[in-house]
Write a protein that binds this ligand. Structure first.
Ligand code: CO8
Length: 293
């Protein structure tokens, strides 16, 4: 156990050191120029610190073709490096967040092509992103679309959103987390029911099950998600990153190991300027001025 504690302490210190080593200049990337085929990107919020990525393939209900997933990964990497961005909102259209992987594109795939081409490898960028990602889900989030939403950190759902894992009806199974992330969130019985029948659940059910944290009217959804991103952006980006890692650790390890990781990360925050500033500001009854250091 002592070794695990040491490992976690050194992981937390590495994160802090790596963050401290990064250049402090705010860089704007091509991702904000709107030069995409399958997505749209913009920067929103009063402080222009929330990135919004909109899946934009309306004719196919935002089916997640390779080109779309590549653009999404690139945009996430670019916003991830952009120091001025505190949080990212990922959304689709009112009809569909995403109706799943592109069935027509996948149709001719063979087993050997899937294995040798490492099919789905491009899909991991969302879960690897260090900044908080909020999925704003209107309409269908099916198959890979539901899995994409679950790779995000927080899901806000529009009133008419529908979540489901219908792969079983296509003679396959979820391949990007549907049998794993969904089960951890909603429990075995509900996950089995959804994966084995392909039945969809409503936004209201998703909220009740803890899959979505809030249901809002469809036309206010993206605005609410941006507000959430702005609220997160009022805190230290550095500490937000550590906190996100600590919450994610709950899904990766045992309770004891997770508690140790949390404790060591908590200790590590005492080596940051932002921890000192946050507590000093409280004691002096003034707003904190975080520097992300
Ligand atoms: N792939 C490709 N095209 C799609 C997809 C899709 N997943 N979903 C919809 N479309 C296309 C339709 O083919 C149609 O195109 P066209 O006009 O050229 O015929 C257009 O979008 C509009 O769709 P519909 O006419 O069907 O619209 P409806 O409003 O009648 O129905 C539904 C909406 C219920 C969402 C319906 O389109 C549907 O059932 N879609 C398929 C949902 C599905 O099965 N998703 C799971 C896909 S498999 C998957 O995600 C595996 C994930 C594994 C990991 C990721 C691997 C990359």
């Amino acid at each position: 156990m002592a070794n695990i504690a040491k490992l976690f302490a050194s992981r937390a210190q590495c994160v802090l050191l790596a963050a401290a080593r990064q250049p402090q200049v705010a860089t704007r990337f091509a991702s904000t120029s709107g030069n995409w085929e399958f997505i749209k990107t913009e920067v929103a919020g009063e402080g222009k610190n929330v990135a919004v990525i909109t899946l934009n393939r309306p004719k196919a209900l935002n089916a997640l073709c390779n080109g779309l997933m590549k653009e999404l990964s690139t945009a996430l990497q670019e916003f991830g490096k952009d120091k001025s961005i505190a949080a990212i909102v990922l959304t689709g259209s009112e009809k569909a967040f995403a109706a799943g992987a592109d069935i027509k594109e996948m149709l001719p795939n063979t087993y050997s092509q899937c294995i040798q081409g490492n099919f789905l490898n491009d899909w991991t960028e969302v879960a690897r992103t260090q900044k908080p990602i909020i999925a704003a889900v209107n309409g269908y989030a099916l198959g890979g679309g539901c899995e994409l939403a679950m790779m995000c950190d927080i899901i806000y759902a529009g009133e008419k959103a529908k979540f489901g894992q219908p792969e079983i009806a296509l003679g396959t199974i979820p391949g990007a987390g549907g049998t794993q992330r969904l089960t951890r969130v909603v429990g075995k019985s509900k996950a089995m029911e959804m994966c084995l029948t392909g039945n969809m659940i409503t936004a209201q059910e998703a909220e009740k099950l803890g899959l979505a944290s809030k249901v809002v009217p469809a036309d206010q959804l993206v605005g609410e998600a941006i507000k959430l991103g702005e609220k997160i952006g009022t805190h230290s980006n550095l500490i937000v990153q550590l906190c996100k890692e600590a919450v994610n650790t709950a899904y990766e390890t045992t309770l004891q190991e997770g508690l140790k990781y949390e404790r060591r990360t908590f200790h590590a925050t005492f080596s940051t300027a932002d921890r000192k500033e946050g507590m000093t500001a409280f004691a002096e009854k003034r707003p904190a001025k975080f520097t992300n250091e």
